[in-house]
Design a protein around this ligand. Structure first.
Ligand code: ZN
Length: 124
């Protein structure tokens, strides 16, 4: 016997259904995408500060992979999604991709900075 009633309610008490793919997060699709967007904005600020350690970069990269996987499973999951929610998932997915790219660039510029510093110290 299948039970299609959501077993949990959104932690934001918006009344929207929580898909099985977001049962752990206990969030509806809209609130999950909003949380991911906010989290990416915080990561972007942190990354722009240029003070990310490689361990922190790796941690953020893992978080982004997790978001991407969850968004994909929600997007192809069992809950029927409105066109608006589909657009939202795609837009949030793009935000995650852009953040990942920005993280790579930040890591590459750190390597370049280190290399040029090492080069300068060798020539000095
Ligand atoms: Zn909600």
């Amino acid at each position: 016997m299948s039970d299609t009633t959501p077993s949990t309610t959104c932690v934001f008490r918006c009344g929207a259904p929580v898909p099985p793919e977001l049962a752990t997060e206990r969030m509806c699709v809209l609130h999950f995408t909003l949380c991911v967007e906010r989290s990416c904005a915080e990561m972007r600020r942190e990354s722009a500060s240029g003070r990310l350690t490689s361990a922190r970069q790796a941690h953020i990269a893992r978080g982004l992979s997790g978001y991407a996987a969850t968004l994909a499973s929600v997007g192809t999951g069992t809950q029927r999604l409105s066109d608006e929610l589909k657009r939202r998932i795609l837009s949030t997915f793009l935000t995650v991709m852009v953040m990942r790219e920005s993280l790579y660039r930040s890591a590459e510029s750190e390597v370049a900075k280190y290399s040029s510093t090492a080069h300068l110290s060798r020539t000095a």
